[in-house]
Design a protein around this ligand. Structure first.
Ligand SMILES: [Zn+2]
Ligand SMILES: [Zn+2]
Length: 278
């Protein structure tokens, strides 16, 4: 059984295929198979109500319950929380496009569930639980694929939706995350590229090529994260791949000065762009 699971990592299934192959029902975000002693977890990134957010290698997965405060004693939440002692295998799927369930593999809880505040189905604020999940196998590969998916997804967001996501991430990050790897904020990087609007912020040339009709630029931390630079908008610029290589290989102080100033301007452009969004 598990061998056949492993072969499917990275593959995408329709909802019907998923329920046939993994022997679970065809609705709900958490689906139990008693027969296989598995719990299928579906992180649907298109759904506004449940927010499932990756921080580095940890997925904060929102528990079950659409109305009022969530409870850890409720149905699948209880199974998820006690998966280890119950011997339940947790299998993760992610959804970015309609009816496309991408199988990520087996996950486990990396810590206790944490409380968060989110809106319920009636738009009332309520308590939810976020389960920190990590992939057991192939985490690195998945992470790379995931970064591309995320970029594609975020590029479709309006400024306002992107800002809401940024605030949500920031919130969770400030409260719960201690990071020892360099976490890069994909959302901020999308913002800084919007601000640059296709023009390299160092050489001022237009991006050298397009990907999916979007001019290709890269985001760069002016003070590198490895030198204690911050992952914030006033330390981020969008530059062309040539300039990016240059910044990492040639440490020209004029370039550095220019980009430090550009990053400060980026901060003001960002504030202007999100003005009025709550
Ligand atoms: Zn350039
Ligand atoms: Zn860089």
């Amino acid at each position: 059984m598990f061998e056949s699971y492993l072969n499917s990592i990275g593959l995408s299934f329709t909802n019907n295929e998923l329920s046939t192959k993994f022997e679970v029902g065809n609705s709900g975000g958490m689906r139990r198979s008693i027969k296989n002693n598995t719990l299928i977890l579906i992180a649907d990134h298109k759904k506004k109500m449940y927010s499932n957010i990756w921080f580095d290698d940890v997925l904060f997965y929102t528990g079950m319950g659409k109305n009022g405060n969530q409870s850890l004693d409720y149905k699948q939440n209880k199974i998820l929380k006690n998966a280890k002692s119950l011997g339940v295998t947790l299998l993760l799927f992610e959804v970015y496009e309609k009816n496309e369930y991408i199988f990520r593999g087996e996950v486990e809880l990396s810590g206790e569930p944490i409380k968060d505040i989110q809106e319920d189905i009636n738009k009332n604020e309520r308590e939810v639980f976020l389960f920190p999940l990590v992939l057991i196998k192939n985490a690195t590969d998945v992470h790379n694929i995931d970064a591309l998916r995320k970029k594609k997804l975020y590029s479709k967001y309006s400024n306002q939706s992107l800002y809401l996501l940024f605030k949500k991430q920031k919130n969770i990050r400030e409260r719960y995350i201690t990071v020892n790897t360099y976490y890069r904020n994909v959302v901020l990087s999308e913002f800084v590229k919007r601000i640059a609007n296709g023009v390299c912020q160092l050489c001022n040339q237009f991006a050298p090529f397009y990907i999916n009709s979007v001019p290709y630029l890269e985001s760069h931390h002016v003070i590198w994260l490895s030198r204690s630079g911050s992952d914030s908008i006033d330390n981020l610029v969008a530059i062309c791949p040539n300039c990016h290589k240059k910044m990492h290989y040639v440490e020209d102080s004029c370039d550095l000065d220019k980009l430090l100033n550009v990053a400060i301007e980026n901060k003001y452009s960002f504030l202007k762009m999100v003005e009025g969004f709550s």
